[in-house]
Write a protein that binds this ligand. Sequence first.
Ligand code: GLV
Ligand code: GLV
Length: 340
Amino acid sequence: SKLKVVVCRDLGPDVMPLLLNNPRLDVVVWPHNSACERKWLLENARGASGILVMLSEKVDEELLNAAGPKLRVVSTMSVGYEHADLKALLTRGVRFGYTPDVLTDAVADLSVMLALMAGRNTKETTEAWPNFVWSPFAFCGPQLSSTPTSPKRTAGFIGFGRIAQATFARLVPFGFQHCLYTGNAKTAPDPAADAALAAKYGVKEVRRVELDELARESDAVFVLAPGGPATYHIVDEQFLRQMKKTAVLVNTSRGTLVDSDALAKALHEGWLYGAGIDVVEGEPQVGLDHPLIKAPRCVVLPHIGSATNETRLGMATLTVNNLLGGVFGEEMPAELGTSR
Ligand code: GLV
Ligand code: GLV
């Protein structure tokens, strides 16, 4: 008999045939172009062997219980997995697939873009342009790349995984010779590994530091750690007060890492120069009255870090291949726990 898989979003004509044309599968797809309703998911999950979810679907005890004992795999179209209860999956022997690597370059590109935008008054100049009169120092901000008069550039990374390292690689040609990062408190600093990374990038320094030093020394701070309780509001008022007045802050990971009210206050009062934000606490319910949208020199995007044609197609394909591997008891190309 056929195995049932539930798909929480139509992934389009390039990818869906991988599922729909498989004679061994009974495929149930949420029929709307919107986040799948919880009630529909719980009802349709019953008896499923596989479930394909987005970041918007909570993968918790309730869903796993609704699916029942046939469930073999949950596959998410995201690199982050804060929406999934890994313990509950593990205790039931349900495998879990996600999408690392395929989105690294797209998110690194966007992180650099936001660092550039945050320093150049992008929002203010866009609003001003019809009436703008060119003048020598209007709308000037701090230059991201190094200059003869201010040669030293330091990048700071909160979290230094694949995306952070790809972001730093892009900053090296801008003149960043110093890379500071905060590590996982559970692992010891590794100066030899840092020296090897510095040699790899051809820079003076890659060094793990405490958060306070990172805040004080960085010209651009990138928030690129996973969300969840361990990193909640890691960028808070104390952090922001220590930043350079000319520095920019970029968050392309999860909204929960940055205290939005503290950042809005910091921008209004000029503790740092600007911010580029792709993720906001409480999204997708973010209104135009959000303090960060109203804050000066703050560019806010609606979580589009991985939104390129190539990357989203890569993510969708990987998500489906993870689902197929799990459902048929075969290798999954990116299974959490075994693939990294
Ligand atoms: C996006 O935020 C993802 O986790 O893929
Ligand atoms: C972190 O999210 C990474 O993939 O580097």
